[in-house]
Design a protein around this ligand. Structure first.
Ligand SMILES: [Zn+2]
Length: 144
């Protein structure tokens, strides 16, 4: 069965990873930095998280992932945080976020559902074609 953003998000391992990334990014008006990672799946459909190196206040570098794979496993989703809650910062995904997913030929795997962007109030999804939509309340995701 093909994966959907909802089915990926319903996985307890994924929810715990999103929460951990949020906490690690030290969210607040000052002092936050972006964190992120890949959700990968093996042939037995086991889900695993591969975190990216720590990002900067307003950006994060995505490790190489040729053919929508990393460590030999299929990437089914990616995620990063928007931890800066001050008014100067965009909470929802911006143009750079949309382009980064849409224009990445290595984020076009058959089971890749898109990139989750975690803000304080809302978890957004950037789809592989660069569309943005709200998927859930952040607190609902963190509740497990
Ligand atoms: Zn972003």
């Amino acid at each position: 069965m093909p994966l959907s953003p909802k089915s990926v998000l319903s996985n307890a391992i994924v929810r715990a990873a999103l929460k951990q990334a949020w906490l690690d990014s030290n969210p607040g008006v000052t002092g936050g930095h972006e964190e992120g990672g890949f959700v990968v799946q093996d042939a037995a459909d086991n889900v695993r998280i591969i975190r990216w190196p720590k990002g900067l206040q307003n950006s994060i570098l995505v490790p190489p992932h040729y053919g929508c794979k990393i460590e030999g496993q299929e990437i089914v989703a990616s995620f990063h945080t928007h931890p800066n809650t001050g008014a100067d910062f965009l909470q929802k995904p911006g143009e750079t976020d949309k382009r980064a997913v849409r224009d990445d030929p290595d984020l076009k795997g058959a089971n890749y559902v898109g990139e989750f962007v975690i803000s304080q109030a809302t978890v957004y999804l950037v789809t592989p074609t660069g569309q943005v939509r709200e998927v859930d309340d952040t607190q609902a995701i963190f509740a497990g």
